[in-house]
Design a protein around this ligand. Structure first.
Ligand code: MTE
Ligand code: MO
Length: 383
């Protein structure tokens, strides 16, 4: 592996691992804009950033259980209708550090910022797959293909020097409403190297691990991808499973992420000058489920008040509204008078009435994924 050609990165990022590069912005940066600037967007890698310098020659192939394999160039992708989809990308390991505090877990430590909300520009995968003769809303090809595997250019040690890969069901890939993209733009700019230049997959509503960067090939398969990150990682185990008794085959690869909510306006521990605090942060759920409600508490969860929610400043959020971004996060805001010492809590409810667990203990898992427990910050009033 070779880390001599890494791209430049913004100095505000907190580096959780250097090689491969894993970094997140300070939590306060997340709530400064609804669309996360590329510089402040978390970077999650498993190997060196690939170098693709001849964009004219760049192509990827589509193979497997289809009539005829095909090679596609950037111009083929740019010729398809272009969509801009505002969608959250969240690493399943977001908030892992907090989970590790109750009992150690294995994995890169993350605070609460392994998440970002971007406008992804590109072609719909459903349109791309039509170029190889797979119609919209197909769940199985005539040759038995049911899964769409994405293979990357990068190389990582977990795959013994092979490429990063993942798959999604063909039914999702060919459903235009699922908004799965092959993206070449992020926030209106050419996708940069850290985020998958020249072409990446974006699977809205699903853990970030399935949004494969630096696409090299697509494989239509009868089986779910057998790669490390689908089979030996990113699975949710119960608290009873440890490294001695783990049976990876007993669980399915995690896809949708659960309802999540984080306070970004306060650090742990903050000393504030007077009793009034602004409680602001993000809330999001997987699978395109909207945010029905965000509750905040200033007494550790004994009493609650409802926060206001918005995507566009000044316009109250309503999940049913046509103008709401289905795959994006929702900001919440509340103000409260706090006692000299307070535990501030936030929890969200999604449109299916799913709620977050009160404690991290009940969802503890050895890989430290999907920490969606009530977010708590300790605040003191001082001078
Ligand atoms: N794709 C490739 N090729 N290699 C990777 O290491 N990491 C995945 C996913 N796609 C990864 C990848 C993980 S775990 C996450 S959370 C997201 O990319 C992070 O995307 P970002 O770095 O653009 O934020
Ligand atoms: Mo991730």
């Amino acid at each position: 592996s070779n880390y001599s050609e890494e791209p430049p990165r913004h100095p505000c990022l907190k580096i959780n691992a250097k090689e491969p590069f894993n970094a997140e912005p300070p939590r306060s940066a997340l709530i400064t804009s609804y669309v996360t600037p590329v510089d402040f967007f978390y970077k999650r890698n498993h190997g060196p950033i690939p170098v693709v310098d001849d964009i004219e020659r760049y192509c990827f192939s589509i193979n497997g259980l289809i009539e005829k394999p095909k090679e596609l160039f950037m111009k083929d992708i740019r010729n398809l209708p272009k969509y801009n989809v505002t969608a959250v990308l969240q690493c399943a390991g977001n908030r892992r550090t907090a989970m590790s505090k109750t009992r150690t877990v294995k994995g890169v430590g993350w605070d609460v910022s392994a998440i970002g909300n971007a406008v992804w520009g590109g072609a719909k995968l459903a349109d791309v797959l039509e170029l190889v003769g797979i119609p919209k809303l197909t769940s199985v090809t005539p040759w038995g293909g049911k899964h769409v595997e994405f293979v990357s250019i990068d190389r990582c040690k977990e795959e013994n020097g092979g490429p990063y890969k993942a798959s999604i069901p063909l039914s999702q890939a060919t459903n235009p409403e699922a908004d799965v993209l092959l993206a070449y733009e992020m926030n209106g700019e050419t996708l940069n190297r850290d985020h998958g230049y020249p072409l990446r997959v974006v699977v809205p509503g699903v853990i970030g691990a399935r949004s494969v960067k630096w696409l090299e090939s697509i494989n239509i398969d009868a089986k779910v991808c057998q790669g490390f990150f689908m089979q030996k990682d990113y699975k949710m185990f119960p608290p009873s499973v440890n490294w001695e008794n783990i049976d990876w085959s007993s669980r399915r690869p995690q896809m949708d992420f659960p309802v999540q909510c984080v306070i970004c306006s306060l650090e742990d521990v903050n000393v504030v000058k007077h009793g009034k605090v602004a409680i602001k942060g993000y809330a999001v759920s997987g699978g395109g489920r909207g945010i029905e409600r965000v509750d905040v508490s200033i007494d550790g969860g004994k009493t609650w008040l409802e926060a206001s929610r918005y995507q566009k400043p000044g316009i109250p959020y309503n999940a049913d509204d046509e103008s709401s971004d289905k795959w994006a996060w929702v900001f919440f805001e509340a103000e409260a008078d706090i006692p000299p010492s307070a535990e501030i809590v936030a929890k969200a409810v999604d449109s299916a009435a799913n709620v977050q667990p009160e404690n991290v203990e009940v969802i503890w898992n050895l890989r430290g994924i999907l920490n969606t427990s009530w977010h708590r910050v300790q605040v003191r009033v001082g001078h």
